[in-house]
Design a binder for this molecule. Sequence first.
Ligand SMILES: Nc1ncnc2c1ncn2[C@@H]1O[C@H](COP(=O)(O)OP(=O)(O)OP(=O)(O)O)[C@@H](O)[C@H]1O
Ligand SMILES: [Mg+2]
Length: 465
Amino acid sequence: MQPHWRQCALGILALLLVNLLGARIPLLIRDGIDELQVTFGFDQIAQYSLVVLVLASVMWILRMASRIFLFGVGRQVEFDLKQRIFQHLLTMEPSYFATNTIGELISRATSDVDNIRRLLGFAVLSIANTLFAYAFTVPVMLSLSVRLTVVALLVYPVMLVLVRLFSDRLRNQQLRVQESTSRLSELIQEDLSGISLIKIYAQEDNERQAFAELNDDLLDANLTLARTRNTLFPLLGGLASISLLLILATGAGAIADGFLSVGDFVAMVLYVERLVFPTALLGFTITAYQRGEVSIDRVEAILMSQPKIADAPTLQALPGDAIRGQLEARNLMFTYPDSQEPALNGVSFTAYPGETVAIVGPIGAGKSTLANALPRLLDIAPGQLFLDGQDITQLPLVDLRSAIAYVPQESFLFSTTINNNIRYGEPLAELSEVKYAAKLAQIAPEIGNFPIQYDRVVGERGITF
Ligand SMILES: Nc1ncnc2c1ncn2[C@@H]1O[C@H](COP(=O)(O)OP(=O)(O)OP(=O)(O)O)[C@@H](O)[C@H]1O
Ligand SMILES: [Mg+2]
């Protein structure tokens, strides 16, 4: 919230003023009522009513302002977080996405961020509002009648105990909901990507079953959470109302005994009502808070992960156009993190500029591993691979990678035009260059078959091809 502290401060200031005014209005009503018992005049009532109306209107405007400011901060933080998560994911190496599935990451970047927004908007507003309500109301209540105040606040410790009793349970159940949601989105993502495979092997029924199980789990998690919440919230609301009941019961006696004026009594009732609402809302606040807490942990796990492959602190810039393209491997070793056997074991060779070199070998020999090592898609140790005599781990990643043209084993197309896909690595390329590249790749005739040719949009992963 730090970048938006001004807006936060304004929102909280507005809440402060709202509660100051809110603590004032019952006193005005008390004065009005007490005066009515002495003299009765419509003018007086009209005067009091007018003042109350004006104060209440100002309160309403200020309350609106506080919501605009604080909910606005929530939205801003949501925006910032999404931006940061996406930016961070772009820096992570490919192997990160093998251990963190896309469905899981999407659910963290959307539904968890949503929870954080609610924590920073609604929960902050509600907590500040409750604190101010108590801070300004309780002293005035005490000045009216200590006995009635004590009676009214009698149930509040019980509320706090209840909240404490429930909070661990709520937190765990919330975590389970978030995890179930993630698993479900993971399955959707995976199944829709592998839809052809599911159909070829006629596994629709099995997948439906797997989905039903996860969906069932989510339903169960949601219902369990709802049960806990629906036990706690009405209990809080009910307890808050009991304090009103206690005031009514003891207040009547106090008036009869002459300890309390009718005006004081009405003011007390109004004050207790002022406290009932924020207190009854405490349940929602706690949920928003705990949801947000769980989600902050889940989002933080993404942001805290360090990219394994990054620019070294001691960088040597490549001489731009002057790259000759001499590639050398010196006793290159590479072992995948979760594997015992090295995939590359002491590979040494030199490919000179202008040479065409083919690396040939049986399945699993390590050809793709070697190809991925050159642009540092894999985390290889220094001192093993050299471009023009320079250790590639000491070169800026951008320089190294833009010096390499790469045709992956599995082709991938973005859901945009053919034109944009071909010039993906060189977004400013002219159409003539794109056409030339297509001709070299021998795909120009096929593209010519589409009515709008290079402007044709290909589906995600190029499904329309
Ligand atoms: N992400 C990975 N995690 C762990 N081991 C891997 C991973 N990718 C490949 N391997 C292992 O590394 C070895 C080399 O695999 P690689 O994909 O480089 O072989 P390849 O020569 O390209 O095979 P192909 O001819 O099938 O393309 C294999 O034993 C493979 O099982
Ligand atoms: Mg391969």
